[in-house]
Design a protein around this ligand. Structure first.
Ligand SMILES: Nc1ncnc2c1ncn2[C@@H]1O[C@H](COP(=O)(O)OP(=O)(O)OP(=O)(O)O)[C@@H](O)[C@H]1O
Ligand SMILES: [Zn+2]
Length: 685
């Protein structure tokens, strides 16, 4: 509902979407249907079967193909006259430099990780292009707008250690992205895979279609090439069956995935694992032994750990131990809990199920070179995973488009119709979203109250002490006679400041640089510098020195004042250095303390805004409770208590939310009254 002039401005806009996953697919569709004519999409991934349930632009036949390219083709089928330019690439590639970003009217993120989000934030600041950020976690979601000099940037406020993770439920890619120094906990991907794919396939409904390639084409293990590997054969015992499944999922499937070059273009390759490689030195036990030794056990206390003599759930098992637990648990299910097979769903209170999932997740982690975890940790993760809700993605995509329009158009009023599944009623419904005034942030709430599904929040001002969008120097306390340049690079520059191509200078002396076009002698020189203590560098770094750290690609420059300090507390300051001005993630409670669907529950009126709780993903999250709001710059935030708990909205917001949504706010959504007719919904206030 825009004027002709506004529509033509939308048509003339050039937008960049980063991420063509859950939010991205919805976003591309909504952009195309809203009148945008020039859309560019960057996505580094290929399509997985597990994407198909919500990334509706993709079909089974597209599995293995580039998301960006397939998304473009799908949308061009119903909007043939618009221009969509796909890039199957990592947004961190050097070709996406500041000048590339400058050509766009607005950048829209549909990403799933902090690292890429920070990178895009910096490029948008450098290019002075508005950024619309987004994220969803189950029923929760948020959209925020970041405009240089007007609103806070994505990094103005500290982000808690990621609670949300890109789901990588697939046969191929819980692997580190190339160039990512510190990826968030990739182990969660392995848990999702073990729980939702493997456990479900082995013990749940066999007919389900999922990413586990169920057909064997290995002549050595299958007489019939089209046979379903997960179907036990008449002529094999449980151990032979277990071996076959093991070799298929950890060996054959990985080997098959490796053959798709597209998938590994931007990711590190895994290694296939076969039983013979892990248990080569011991005879593989036949099922009879397990059955006999457990004949008197009662079903609820069946435990592979007990059977194997593994006692401490906090121990991290070796690959061999995980393999043994995998076999023991699988055999116990098939020998003792046979009646349940076909109907089982994962339950974190089912100890045998947790043992199986822990072992399977760890074997997969070993394949992808991801650190292994204890049963105790794995249980905490497995019990607290929240899955993506397609409806939330659709709502958030609609809001992104509204904010995109507002961010570069002087639109007084814009209305967007959203048609999707009603979150609570699970039926088709529609509602309208109206944007007025300036850009804003919007939180999608889990428990709509007073018919208000979305909560508008005024954007925050830039944080004056943000090292990313202001020029405030940082302060580093360090023992300059002990710490090496390598410590500075690894512990500060890459992991804390998130720089990918750093350059460190002291006065006119260049101490360190990363780049593709360095000469051999430069590389050797920088490598030698890395091993030197700071005070012994060619241009010594000592107390009082100011160094400049720069990322040429992100066009981010920070000055760091060095303060020499002799001693550090090993427990509290394990890095042996302390960086001030950079705010660490707030401490969070342990995952296992969270209850299902807790959604960051806290009765505190200072609960972290939903935006921060779920900043890292649009598909899956680990829910952790009670994260306190911390303001990086001591600036009082305008929103101190966006509700993010199960507690009714009214209780928490009674004093904050007006009786009726005000019409002069930013974004207002009115839910319909459950009318099934798609267009029959209430109107905008
Ligand atoms: N650095 C990056 N460069 C380009 N694309 C990225 C980058 N980081 C993440 N992405 C893309 O962002 C998208 C995020 O979408 P989403 O969270 O739905 O994940 P997904 O990988 O599609 O889902 P799943 O993990 O369940 O398979 C993905 O398609 C992913 O490839
Ligand atoms: Zn900032």
């Amino acid at each position: 509902m825009a004027s002709g002039q506004q529509l033509s401005a939308i048509k003339d806009a050039k937008v960049l979407m980063v991420g063509a996953g859950g939010i991205g697919c919805e976003l591309l569709k909504t952009l195309a249907l809203s009148g945008f004519h020039d859309i560019h999409i960057i996505d580094m991934d290929t399509i997985e079967v597990s994407n198909l349930n919500r990334q509706f632009l993709f079909r089974q036949s597209h599995v293995g193909q580039s998301k960006a390219k397939v998304a473009r083709d799908a949308v061009l089928r119903f909007r043939p006259n618009i221009s969509i330019t796909p890039y199957h690439a990592n947004v961190k590639d050097s070709s996406f430099h500041v000048d590339f970003f400058k050509q766009f009217s607005v950048v829209l993120n549909g990403l799933d990780n902090l690292d890429a989000r920070r990178h895009v934030n910096r490029l948008c600041l450098a290019a002075d292009v508005p950024l619309v950020e987004s994220g969803t976690t189950g029923f929760l979601g948020q959209v925020t707008v970041h405009i240089k000099g007007q609103t806070e940037c994505y990094e103005c406020q500290p982000k808690p250690a990621p609670k949300t993770y890109p789901v990588c439920t697939i046969t191929s890619t819980p692997s580190k992205m190339k160039g990512v120094v510190k990826d968030p906990d990739l182990f969660v991907h392995c848990i999702v895979w073990a729980k939702d794919l493997l456990f479900a396939k082995l013990f749940g409904d066999k007919k389900q279609d999922n990413d586990l390639n169920v057909r064997s084409n290995d002549a050595a293990t299958s007489s019939d090439h089209s046979e379903d590997v997960f179907e036990p054969r008449n002529d094999e015992d449980i151990q032979q069956y277990a071996n076959r499944v093991y070799d298929h999922v950890f060996g054959h499937n990985i080997q098959t995935a490796l053959s798709n070059e597209e998938t590994w273009k931007n990711r590190n390759k895994p290694r296939p694992i076969y039983v013979k490689d892990v248990l080569s030195d011991e005879p593989i036990q036949q099922n009879g032994t397990a059955e006999k030794s457990l004949v008197n056990d009662n079903l609820s206390s069946l435990s592979a750990m007990t059977y194997l003599g593994l006692k401490n759930p906090q121990d991290i098992w070796s690959l061999k131990e995980n393999t043994r637990v995998f076999f023991a648990a699988l055999k116990l299910f098939f020998s003792k809990r046979q009646k349940e097979i076909g109907n089982l769903t994962f339950d974190k209170d089912d100890s045998l199920a947790v043992e199986f999932v822990t072992a399977a997740a760890n074997i997969r982690a070993a394949s992808f070179n991801i650190p292994l975890h204890s049963l105790f940790e794995a249980k905490g993760i497995a019990g607290n995973i929240v899955h993506a809700v397609a409806t939330t993605n659709a709502i958030i995509a609609g809001l992104i488009v509204i904010e995109a329009i507002k961010s570069y158009l002087d639109v007084a009023m814009w209305t967007c119709w959203l048609t999707c599944y009603n979150i609570s009623g699970m039926k088709w419904t529609s509602f309208s979203v109206a944007g007025t005034d300036g850009v804003g942030m919007t939180y999608c709430l889990e428990h709509p109250s007073r018919k208000m599904l979305l909560m508008p929040v005024e954007p925050f001002e830039p944080n004056k002490s943000c090292y990313v969008c202001s020029e405030t120097p940082l302060l580093l306390e360090v023992n300059t006679n002990r710490a090496k340049l390598r410590d500075l690079v690894e512990k500060v520059v890459t992991s804390k400041l998130g720089m990918s191509f750093p350059l460190i200078t002291h006065g006119s002396s260049l101490l360190y640089e990363v780049g593709d076009d360095l000469e051999e002698d430069e590389v050797a020189n920088y490598a030698a510098n890395l091993e030197k203590v700071l005070s012994e560098l060619p241009d010594a770094i000592t107390g009082g020195t100011i160094i400049t750290v720069e990322d040429l690609q992100q066009e981010l420059v920070c000055n760091i004042n060095i303060k020499h300090r002799e001693e550090f507390d090993e427990e509290k300051e394990p890095d042996g250095m302390v960086l001030h001005g950079w705010t660490p993630a707030p401490a969070t409670e342990k995952i296992e303390d969270a209850t299902d669907n807790n959604n960051g529950a806290s009765t505190s009126s200072t609960s972290k805004p939903a935006a921060d709780v779920m900043e890292a993903d649009d598909e899956l999250s680990i829910i952790e409770p009670g994260i306190e709001t911390i303001s990086a710059g001591g600036k009082k935030r305008k929103l101190s208590d966006v509700p993010n708990s199960e507690a009714p909205l009214d209780e928490k917001r009674a004093k904050k939310i007006p009786e009726k949504p005000e019409s002069d706010g930013d974004v207002i959504v009115m839910l319909d009254d459950g009318n099934d007719d798609i267009r029959d919904s209430s109107t905008v206030v």
